[in-house]
Design a binder for this molecule. Structure first.
Ligand code: HEM
Length: 406
């Protein structure tokens, strides 16, 4: 195992600028690193990170301090039967007929409304004018909350994600996260109580009415889940849409292939998840001493799992630093299920419950955007850069195009 001073610093400006370069070094270096400032072990190899997601010895108790202060107790912290019952309560809303019949029109409507804002202009910053709004608008609409409060939700989820990714323990970020918890509770609890009395055709009503083995969710449980949805479903899909377009615009031949054959969209999304994951790292806390490549992680310690590195491990993916939607080692048919071989939705029992919703959102958004911008290209001189350490995506994506019909 390396000593602290040899550990690549994931808090450094160099890492923030280009984590992929650091991952390349890490993946060839000793595989288990102790990071003193974060008080955390770091693992980066595909084999180790995928084990950390799949094996129950790697608990999610880290979320007791990482998330509970802002959300209250959520599904992410649960294990065993408590987790499987909670998962059974919420999961049906995010797949199958609920998704295809009830929520697909909501997704289509929200994509169209945002695109209407720029379809005649010939230019757009796809991050500022589409990606940051689309998923949060969809969730707010799915939940049956007031669209007039979109900006408020956006502020809340930004603050929650900043709390979650507060690796350097910044006091202002921590305080803002705690304020968000109070504001969100004051906002949501009366709405939940009112909705219980007047159930409708929305996701919030589904959560109020859901029952599995005699278990239902309390007002506090639902509020915590809504809070998690805003962060888990907002920030992530936001980064995914923007990164998908950045990757395609930087590989015009692959953009042309997707434009010509829209059945390639899921493939392009899967490769985007592998190559530029929205969430670069998540943590676990082993319940017992556990041996990984390079040494033993002691029981009770925190381990940071570098998704972004593991997805580019040459032991698992050929030519891992190339964006290639046609790669043979990333099957699309499993990419949005717990059998996925990229690690961007995690694996195992906490595998992203919103993966199929995210896939539907990306398919709708990509198709509508390509239809509205037949000849899109990066605006003159634009060379988009990524931003973020915990979650990551393009800071902006200026595009120009000829409006349809002009
Ligand atoms: C590209 C988009 C997305 C990415 C990259 C992503 C990523 C992830 C990851 C990495 C986890 C596992 C966290 C862990 O195990 O510690 C997760 C879990 C989760 N995600 Fe997503 N997510 C996305 C979209 C969504 C959407 C759209 C929703 C719902 C609106 C959602 C809701 C959830 C929930 C509720 C969990 C917790 C599941 C559990 O603990 O059983 N996610 N997601």
């Amino acid at each position: 195992m390396t000593a602290a001073r040899e550990a690549p610093d994931i808090l450094s400006p160099e890492f923030a600028m280009d984590p992929y370069q650091v991952y390349r070094v890490m993946l060839d270096a000793p595989p288990l690193v102790w990071h003193e400032p974060m008080q955390s072990y770091i693992i980066s190899r595909y084999e180790d990170v995928s084990r950390a997601f799949k094996e129950p010895v790697f608990t999610t108790d880290n979320y007791d301090w990482q998330l509970e202060p802002v959300h209250g107790k959520t599904i992410l912290q649960m294990s065993g039967r408590e987790h499987s019952v909670r998962r059974a309560l919420v999961a049906p809303a995010f797949r199958g007929s609920e998704l295809e019949q009830r929520f697909l029109p909501v997704i289509e409507r929200n994509a169209r409304a945002l695109i209407d804002g720029f379809r005649d202009k010939g230019t757009v910053d796809l991050v500022a004018e589409f990606a940051t709004h689309f998923p949060i608008n969809v969730i707010v609409d799915m939940l049956g909350l007031d669209p007039a409060d979109h900006a408020r939700f956006q502020r809340w989820y930004t603050s929650i994600i900043a709390f979650l990714g507060n690796l350097s323990q910044d006091a202002d970020i921590a305080a803002a996260g705690l304020r968000t918890r109070e504001e969100l509770a004051e906002y949501m609890i009366p709405i939940i109580q009112e909705r219980r009395e007047n159930l409708g055709d929305d996701l919030l009503s589904t959560l109020c009415a859901a029952e599995v083995d005699g278990t239902r969710m309390s007002d506090e449980d639902i509020k915590a889940f809504v809070s998690l949805l805003l962060a888990a479903g907002g920030e992530t899909t936001d980064k995914a849409v923007a990164s998908l377009f950045k990757n395609l615009l930087e590989h015009p031949e692959q953009l042309a292939a997707v434009r010509a054959d829209r059945s390639l969209v899921p493939q392009a999304f899967a490769e985007t998840l592998r190559y530029t994951p929205p969430v670069h790292m998540i943590m676990r806390q082993p319940a017992e001493d556990v041996t990984v490549s390079g040494g033993v992680i002691p029981a009770g310690s925190t381990v940071t799992c570098l998704i972004g590195a593991a997805n580019r491990d040459a032991r698992r993916f050929a030519d891992p630093d190339s964006f290639d939607i046609f790669r043979a080692d990333l099957p699309t048919n499993t990419a949005f299920s717990a059998a996925a071989n990229h690690l961007s939705f995690a694996l195992g029992r906490h595998f992203c419950v919103g993966a199929l919703l995210a896939k539907t959102e990306i398919e709708v958004a990509t198709n509508q955007l390509l239809d509205a911008m037949p000849d899109l290209e990066l605006a003159d001189g634009a060379s988009p850069v990524e931003r973020g350490v915990f979650t990551r995506g393009p800071a902006s994506l200026p595009i120009r195009f000829t409006p349809v019909g002009s």
